[in-house]
Design a protein around this ligand. Structure first.
Ligand code: PLP
Length: 417
């Protein structure tokens, strides 16, 4: 078997030199081989409880047997679409999404990733309204393609690619009055995550989404909910907008919709936001989007999520993890600044990125995987598969405690660095 260090060396040489060096520096030198439930298993057979969860992908767990079996069956039958004929899994998945999403959300467009879903939603909002302006939020993460990047909220990712898409206004997240202050009748859409994931797991006030809904209605703008990360059970509801009974005009999905097996993205829209397709059915398309393989897998992923009541599991185990972490915060207040979240979407804030890096390394050595949020390197995300067991949650808390003991002793040095 290839030595891990050799393979990381090849990663540096053939894939991404900077990231390879960072992985080596943090000691993240294991090579993933297989997975089961909440566990990722490396080539040496070492098991890790995965609290990074593929940045929120593995809701139904790694290699969920039902989803893998459905993938095998569909693979043997037909993987990709002719693009001339329609296919049954795609249409039935669209029907399932219409049934499961809130309100009158009815139509689905399928693509292959979260960023593509956001791109599609932005284009749909522009053509549907005939307007160009988009309101987004600081700290938002909507993907790294040009349109999605334009509405994302971290300068480090945005500025190197300027000029980006014009007519985008960013406002502080969680404050509807700030959105109202920049709203006018040229706004095509307000795009928002129901909980900001990469921004550092920011849960907005309860009245935030309802207020944005009213604002959009008042000005004839569309409300785009980006549920690429919150979607499919993670926050304790199938869709996070359900916590505030808001029905967006366009709902973006990806990550967990693929059941941890296939890439897929989707935009689900209300009839009133979808009329442009009547006269322009080919205005936005994707060669691979809506493939029988990805859609069959997504259909099974939705079934598993609903039938195994994974949202309830997220609420229950999320509560255990959140309260356990808050207890640790009370004991290690210098090292843990805040613990927050909803369901199994939890963010742990530390006073500096160096402290987070040290904790992540300590946890990795104790076989728990964790990572920063992309737009906020002071927050470690805890987004394990929802199939994680209560016993594994206990192990994760034990590992947090041991890692905190190690890091708390040197926290002042880390903050000085
Ligand atoms: C809320 C949100 N939107 C969009 C994306 C982009 O998804 P992808 O990486 O599949 O393009 C992400 C990825 O983390 C996300 O969290």
């Amino acid at each position: 078997m290839e030595q891990d260090d050799d393979l990381i060396g090849k990663f540096e040489r053939y894939v991404n030199p900077g990231l390879g060096r960072a992985l080596r520096f943090m000691g993240l030198n294991a090579v993933e081989h297989t997975g089961r439930g909440a566990l990722i298993i490396d080539e040496e057979g070492q098991e890790y409880i995965d609290c990074a969860g593929g940045y929120g992908v593995f809701v139904q767990g790694y290699q969920n047997p039902r989803i893998v079996a459905r993938a095998h069956a569909q693979l043997d039958q037909l993987a990709l679409s002719s693009r001339v004929l329609v296919n049954r899994p795609m249409i039935e998945l669209a029907e399932d999404l219409a049934r499961l999403t809130p309100g009158d959300l009815q139509y689905s467009f399928f693509c292959n990733s979260g960023a593509e879903a956001v791109e599609a939603a932005l284009k749909f909002a522009r053509i549907q309204t005939g307007r160009t302006r988009i309101i987004s939020t600081y700290g938002a993460f909507h993907g790294k393609t040009m349109g999605a990047l334009s509405v994302s909220g971290r300068d480090a990712y945005r500025l190197p690619f300027a000029p980006l898409m014009p007519d985008v206004t960013h406002v502080p997240y969680g404050d509807a009055a700030q959105a109202a202050a920049v709203m006018d009748d040229q706004v095509a859409a307000v795009i928002v995550e129901p909980i900001q994931g990469e921004g550092g797991v920011i849960v907005p006030p309860d009245d935030y989404l309802p207020a944005l809904r009213r604002l959009c209605d008042q000005y004839g703008a569309l409300l785009i909910a980006d549920e690429v990360q919150t979607g499919i059970g993670r926050t304790g509801k199938l869709f996070a907008v359900e916590h505030s009974q808001v029905v967006p005009d366009l709902l973006c999905l990806a990550k967990a919709l693929g059941g941890g097996v296939m890439p897929i993205g989707a935009v689900v829209g209300r009839p009133s936001a979808w009329t442009f397709f009547d006269s322009a059915p080919l205005i936005h398309t994707s060669t691979f989007g809506g493939s029988p393989l990805a859609c069959a897998v997504a259909q099974e992923a939705l079934r598993v999520t609903v039938e195994d009541d994974l949202p309830a599991r997220a609420t229950r185990l999320g509560h255990t993890l959140l309260t356990g972490l808050r207890r640790l915060q009370a004991r290690y207040p210098r090292t843990l600044a805040d613990v927050r979240g909803r369901g199994l979407m939890i963010g742990v804030e530390v006073p500096g990125a160096g402290v987070g890096g040290a904790l992540i390394s300590e946890m990795f050595q104790r076989h728990v995987l964790a990572v920063y949020t992309l737009n906020n390197d002071k927050v470690i995300r805890m987004v394990p598969p929802l199939v994680i067991t209560a016993e594994q949650v206990g192990e994760v808390l034990d590992v947090w405690e041991q890692s905190l003991q190690a890091v708390d002793a040197v926290v002042d040095d880390l903050l000085d660095e």
